[in-house]
Design a protein around this ligand. Structure first.
Ligand SMILES: C[S@@+](CC[C@H](N)C(=O)[O-])C[C@H]1O[C@@H](n2cnc3c(N)ncnc32)[C@H](O)[C@@H]1O
Length: 261
């Protein structure tokens, strides 16, 4: 699959067109071979093509930014359900990276005011780049804010006024074994979450509690081993109702949601 996608990328054609391809010229063949070698050396496919599909968008990605994963599309689906019937909701995406969550919400719920928060100075260049591209394509512009999601003063002017806080935070426990594509190419700040993986989650729950209006919604992605721990962190912080966990398409625990009391 990856080889087909790389060949299609080199030729600038959709993958399905490979079926009817008669010939590949020498120049394309040698560029293809270089890319195959890099992929075999575990460079992520999306870094080689320069983009990642996410829901209805194609996002620019490369060194310095987390490659958005298909699992996160489910969290966005849940988020959009919470917004249905709210014409102009205020939404905050904490740890935006490529902007996958924020930009999808802005694209699929055009009335929303969406704020994307990112702390990593390298990653936020990709957030800004993708936000600009989507605004130029006609989507509602997303506001990109440099900040730390655990900062007790982050977006303080919005306290108690936000309808939805959504986050795919770093949640991998320090020292866990991850594939080379992840260890060598996803930025460390996007991955590691302290001894149990939940250091940033604990901080963001406090930020969400402060930002959300009464009955506002919170959605947090987590690792498949954290389907008990993340709901427990939310419950322990107090002031939440409807705390529940949701599986992904493979049936593994994937994200926790809650409503502000
Ligand atoms: C797992 S990535 C998710 C990126 C994107 N939301 C997605 O779903 O593809 C986590 C992101 O959170 C950012 N991040 C980590 N700690 C942060 C913090 N304390 N405040 C703000 N952003 C943070 C990382 O730089 C990274 O871009």
């Amino acid at each position: 699959m990856d080889a087909e996608l790389l060949l299609a990328h080199v030729l600038g054609i959709p993958r399905a067109r490979l079926l009817t391809l008669d010939e590949v010229d020498d120049d394309a063949a040698s560029r293809f071979e270089v890319l195959l070698g890099q992929r075999a050396d575990r460079v992520p496919l999306q870094h080689l093509t320069g983009h990642a599909p996410f829901r209805f968008l194609e996002l620019a990605v490369g060194p310095g930014v987390f490659v958005p994963r298909p699992e996160t599309e489910l969290l966005v689906g849940w988020a959009l359900e919470q917004l249905s019937g709210v014409a102009e909701p205020l939404v905050v995406d904490l740890g935006s990276g490529s902007g996958a969550i924020a930009l999808s919400i802005a694209s699929e719920h055009p009335g929303a005011r969406v704020i994307a928060v990112e702390r990593d100075t390298g990653a936020i260049e990709w957030t800004r780049h993708n936000a600009r591209a989507r605004a130029e394509a006609g989507d509602t512009p997303v506001e990109v804010v440099a900040g730390d999601m655990t900062d007790p003063r982050l977006l303080a002017e919005l306290d108690g006024g936000v309808d939805l806080v959504v986050s795919n935070p770093p949640y991998v426990p320090d020292g866990a074994r991850v594939p080379r594509e992840v260890a060598d190419h996803d930025p460390p700040l996007a991955l590691w979450g302290g001894p149990d993986g939940l250091d940033v989650v604990r901080g963001l729950v406090g930020t969400a509690a402060r930002l959300l209006r009464q009955e506002g919604s919170l959605g947090i992605e987590h690792a498949d081993q954290q389907g008990g721990a993340v709901p427990a962190v939310v419950r322990a912080s107090g002031g939440w109702t409807d705390v529940r966990d949701h599986p992904d398409l493979a049936g593994r625990p994937r994200f926790t949601t809650a409503r502000r009391l």
